[in-house]
Write a protein of this length. Structure first.
Length: 272
């Protein structure tokens, strides 16, 4: 196991809570795909993924209760920091952005390797992430980060509580929730609705401009470019086609045989 945390009882230092955030193209704008790689074009201004606002808020509330700082970690092209500034305006203490031309086309595992390397530099006691991003929906990156760091993980947490060196969570399931606890350091993914994210105040927005925001590349993290990007990706998008348009439904006028026609239709679909 790779230890990334610290002995807080010995060091008596504030807790470092790292929140993984993703900066995505504005969903309100028409998305575009690269004609060569069929991947989402991420040039220009990026915004903070809405799902990550919940993670930032959980981190801030835990830091306020336990004493400590929230450090946001992200990976984005072109040294884009607009989304990270939003997280800083919410109250995060500082941020780390990994930006490198070699990262274009990186898959989920490659992204996890980059984030894990950045998290190690932050000496995290607790790592928080959303369950999945709204532009990728793989839902695999946070648990891959946990595996790479050698840390226990709790996924789909709808409630998170810190108790000394232990983190407890209600883990959402199909039939209810499980009560789970692990020792720190650990990785926790939170669901939407776990808390109500705060809106950045004007004071917070102004303060975000002067908060530390470190921009690092692959060489700073000791990562071989061959492990990321198209060269290190274990997947390739061969083609992208538009979804089939929904055809018009059939209007049935009930002339006393409506139920028979419904049964016949369901039989045709092999539902009954």
């Amino acid at each position: 196991m790779i230890a990334i945390g610290r002995d807080r009882e010995r060091d008596r230092e504030p807790m470092n809570i790292v929140v993984c955030v993703k900066q995505i193209p504005d969903p309100a704008e028409p998305g575009a795909l690269s004609p060569d790689t069929h991947t989402l074009v991420r040039t220009g201004k990026l915004i903070l993924d809405d799902s990550d606002r919940y993670g930032v808020e959980v981190g801030l509330q835990l830091a306020e209760q336990a004493g400590g700082d929230v450090i946001c970690v992200s990976m984005a092209p072109g040294e884009e920091v607009s989304g990270l500034r939003s997280a800083l305006a919410m109250g995060a203490a500082r941020a780390i952005l990994v930006s490198d031309d070699a990262l274009g086309g990186t898959d989920a595992l490659g992204t996890a390797k980059v984030l894990a390397a950045a998290i190690r530099t932050a000496e995290a006691d607790l790592v928080i992430a959303a369950t999945e991003s709204t532009d990728g929906y793989t839902g695999t990156t946070p648990v891959q980060v946990a595996e790479l760091l050698g840390l226990p993980s709790i996924s789909f947490a709808r409630k998170v509580v810190l108790d000394g060196s232990t983190v407890r969570a209600d883990r959402q399931t199909e039939s209810g929730y499980d009560e789970v606890e692990v020792g720190l350091p650990a990785v926790v993914t939170v669901t939407a609705g776990v808390v109500e994210p705060r809106y950045p105040s004007f004071k917070g927005i102004m303060a975000a401009r002067s908060k530390p925001l470190d921009i690092v590349g692959l060489s700073d993290l000791g990562i071989d470019p061959a492990e990321v990007g198209p060269a290190g990706s274990r997947q390739e998008i061969l083609s992208v086609v538009p979804a089939e348009s929904r055809s018009a439904g059939e209007i049935v006028v009930d002339e006393g045989d409506g139920y028979q026609r419904i049964v016949a239709f369901l039989e045709e679909l092999k539902v009954v």
